[in-house]
Design a protein around this ligand. Structure first.
Ligand code: ZN
Length: 150
């Protein structure tokens, strides 16, 4: 990666971590899943609003390191308005981008997420970058008890 691109990526991550998009509690969420990364102390809760198998709204709350917050922020933008199936595809792609031995090609429809690709070189931080995504997957699968928005 050239320096210019890596600088651009740094800026994107900082921007998202300082001004996270869709960081708000969702009172009428259909699903809400809370996840915790003890390695770093990141704690994220992801909210989904579903409409006819589409993600009508996605938001999150919580605290975490810059990588975690940036990734959660980008995740909400990346999957909002997609179908459940498409959102799972995005999860698989992003997970592979960070963990697969042979990472998949970048997606032109998800330019911001490419900025987190470099995290794969830092195994300790991969959990930070994938935390919100795991919450998303659990919420999509509905394989955890649905947490009420108290
Ligand atoms: Zn972290």
């Amino acid at each position: 990666m050239n320096d210019e691109l890596s600088e651009l990526y740094q800026e994107l991550i900082l921007d998202h971590s300082r001004h996270p998009r869709n960081r708000r509690e969702m009172q009428d969420a259909d699903r809400a899943v809370e996840v915790y990364n003890p390695m770093c102390g990141d704690q994220i809760k992801v909210f989904l609003k579903l409409n006819d198998h589409h993600l009508a709204d996605v938001s999150f709350t919580g605290v975490g390191c810059a990588i975690c917050m940036a990734s959660a922020s980008m995740m909400t933008q990346a999957v909002r308005d997609r179908s459940e199936t498409d959102a799972m595809d995005v999860f698989d792609w992003f997970h592979d981008l960070l963990t697969a031995e042979d990472p998949p090609p970048l997606r032109t429809d998800l330019p911001d997420l490419a900025s987190l690709g470099g995290v794969r070189r830092f195994p300790m931080r991969v959990k930070c970058a994938t935390l919100a995504w795991h919450a998303l997957r659990s919420a999509l699968r509905g394989d955890v008890p649905q947490v009420s928005t108290e």
